[in-house]
Design a protein around this ligand. Sequence first.
Ligand code: AMP
Ligand code: MG
Length: 319
Amino acid sequence: MSIISKDIQKAVHLLTNDDVVAIPTETVYGLAGNIFSETAITRIFSTKKRPFFNPLIVHISSIDALQNIVTHVPEKAKLLATAFWPGSMTLVLKKHATIPDLITAGKDTVAVRIPNHPLTLQLLEQLTFPLAAPSANPFGSISPTTAIHVEQYFKNDIKMVLDGGSCSKGIESTIIGFENDEPIIYRLGALALEEIEAVIGKVVIKNKKEQNLDAPGMLARHYAPKTQTFLVDDVVHETKKHLGKKIGVLVFHQSKCDDFCIEVVLSDKASLQEAAANLYSAMHHLDHQNLDVIIAERFPEKGLGISINDRLQRATVAL
Ligand code: AMP
Ligand code: MG
């Protein structure tokens, strides 16, 4: 029997009884549990085979609820929350004493956001506790952007995926931390840097080495297909090196190869937003075609293109 369901009451029941449920958000599907239930949180880590040093994002349904999660909200965090919540931005702030160490990997900060998905907002409003929800995929693999992706990963491990359709943004949230009340981007994501800077001015991005320390989920290899994958500027040139193999190609907007490979064009109209929304579905699709190699095209380094390149880099062997 399928674990996919639209029954919010069933999700409320499971979550209230220390179980986990996969939930839709606008970024990717999450594997959710009550932040105060050690049983549920432990189950999230064991289902994903996620190491305990990797903290979870707490999901709430209103800015008012923030005061129960964190002790201090810097001015620029208030501006960001007002501008972008509900939305694909996560803030890392000083944690309230009541937030379990299991959620924060022992850190004195906690990651929190209001997701922008009507079903999950309804679900959160009916619960008496916030939800911790990392992406609903085995640790290190491609993130899920449909209920079917989650079912393919976890049909034997969890009881329910709340079906909210395809994720409209399609890549993870942008994570912003604070040092001396000044914002620093820990992880690039579905909210573009330009949009953030339009609200609070210039923002620093942590360099890759430092990111690994501050956002422990930022491992060099992550979001990865099982098929060997390369990230290149010139797709056509790269395909010539793999003649005779079964090749998959992932390109932004312009078809690059005709009959000798399986190709996915992420956005015919060259929209970075559309390409981001289609990215993981395309990676899931190509990864199921029994290919020898996937060749992905590097995106323009602007707007969401920067976030897409970040994910592709972690999914691939850079040349
Ligand atoms: P996921 O939900 O799977 O996309 O992963 C959550 C991400 O949030 C991970 O990459 C974590 O490193 C990051 N994160 C969660 N809590 C914190 C925190 N307290 N400080 C820094 N990064 C965090
Ligand atoms: Mg993840």
